[in-house]
Write a protein that binds this ligand. Structure first.
Ligand SMILES: [Zn+2]
Length: 423
């Protein structure tokens, strides 16, 4: 019976697509199978996923076929197709071996049923392992180097990047909007007021410019109404907080390790002075930051956890209370405000609010009361214990006499029974 072969191909992130395309891999395997006189019972492939991850559809199909005993051999272009992680590749090969299925590598001439090839697989696996880690390291190092020189992927609103020269330039119309926002804010306008003004004036929004730039249609989102882009509280806030307008570029604010983003502490940020053309003078920007800090603002997304967040409910309207940070007389206070009022205003609910210190005191007082209660209970219990402890010897002695009495009576019963029997 001819060998029943399954072709498996995989395209990984770091493959040269011209050399290692799925089609290319499959052709090589197919040619090998034909030359060896095999029957091809199936094939599957996984596209463009790094070999560090091992759960994939193509492999699952192969596994299913193996478990259904439809396959004698798996054909791959090279062993690294089965995964770049050495242990997992080895485990998979082991699983196949247990199922009486061999793996044949068409270009390396490896057959997992051939004992001498075991060593080869080990060495190759080791190299693949190293390779996967190495690539990651190289990419990270390259990115880090770019960041050290100053890396801009998409410049903030007010600038544009010339893709040919990689130069960041001022976009006059947007820069004017930025300057207007700063001026209005320092004149005493709030962010909501500025937002409304920008919308009545029809100033172009960041999303709008981006869409125009890419020639995209206006889609219906929270940033648009009736096909028009809208400024939002958040977009105004972003402009007011953006340090780039003073010329500073900040890179390396977050780090990616094992696919997870982590905030980098401010001391390790990579700052590049005079990187952008200046739109807002440093002194003005500083003034705005000071004012922003003084504002009461929602404390959500803040790194500090608020101890009563989500625990308070408004008696009047049933909404939760949201934490807000308020700076008052130079000190920082946290207060919880009815979200019904905060979102929908006076018509909906009253401005119920409570300071965190008040809550702290209430919790503390309650805890204190409980503690006193329990202390009193404990005292009572200890007293009872003592009373009984004093009586213990007397009671023990009494127990002993009673036990003796029991024994005596039992003997008496026995004797009476014996007498009866003898009669
Ligand atoms: Zn309420």
């Amino acid at each position: 019976m001819a060998m029943r072969g399954w072709l498996y191909a995989r395209l990984s992130n770091d493959d040269d697509p011209a050399q290692n395309s799925l089609q290319n891999q499959q052709e090589i395997c197919r040619a090998f199978a034909e030359k060896s006189g095999w029957t091809i019972v199936g094939s599957s492939a996984d596209n463009n996923i790094s070999g560090m991850n091992f759960s994939r559809r193509g492999l699952d199909m192969l596994t299913a076929a193996v478990q259904a005993k439809q396959v004698d051999a798996v054909l791959v272009k090279d062993l690294s197709r089965l995964g770049r992680h050495r242990t997992q590749t080895a485990l998979f090969i082991d699983f196949l071996r247990q199922q009486q299925v061999r793996v044949i590598s068409a270009t390396e001439g490896v057959d997992t049923f051939c004992e001498e090839d075991d060593l080869m697989i080990g060495v190759r696996g080791l190299m693949n392992d190293y390779y996967a880690k190495d690539i990651g390291k190289k990419i990270r190092a390259g990115y880090r180097q770019k960041q050290q020189e100053g890396l801009v992927i998409t410049p903030p609103f007010g600038y544009w990047k010339d893709r040919n020269t990689n130069q960041v330039l001022v976009y006059p119309e947007a820069a004017e909007t930025v300057q207007l926002i700063y001026a209005l804010y320092l004149q005493g306008c709030g962010q909501k007021e500025i937002t409304r003004w920008l919308n009545t004036e029809g100033r172009k929004t960041p999303a709008q410019l981006r869409a125009e730039w890419c020639g995209k249609e206006v889609r219906h989102t929270h940033k648009t109404r009736d096909g028009q882009f809208l400024w939002t509280y958040a977009s105004v806030k972003n402009v007011l907080a953006e340090e780039a307008y003073t010329g500073v570029l900040v890179n390396h604010r977050r780090e990616y390790l094992g696919g997870k983003a982590r905030a980098v502490c401010e001391a390790d940020w990579l700052r590049h002075e005079n990187f952008y053309p200046v739109i807002i003078e440093k002194a003005i920007w500083q003034q705005v930051q000071t004012r922003l800090k003084q504002q009461a603002r929602p404390a959500v997304n803040n790194r500090t956890k608020h101890r009563y967040a989500g625990l308070l409910t408004c008696q009047e309207c049933g909404n939760v209370f949201s934490p807000m940070i308020r700076y008052w007389n130079g000190s920082r206070r946290v207060e919880y405000v009815c979200r019904g009022y905060q979102r929908n205003g006076k018509g909906y609910c009253s401005s119920h609010r409570i300071h965190e210190e008040v809550l702290d005191k209430a919790v503390w007082d309650h805890a204190k009361k409980l503690r006193e209660q329990y202390a009193a209970e404990l005292k009572k219990v200890t007293q009872l214990q003592k009373q009984w402890a004093l009586r213990k010897p007397v009671l023990d002695a009494h127990c002993l006499t009673l036990q003796k009495e029991i024994l005596r009576l039992e003997q008496e019963v026995d004797e009476l029974v014996m007498e009866k029997i003898q009669i």
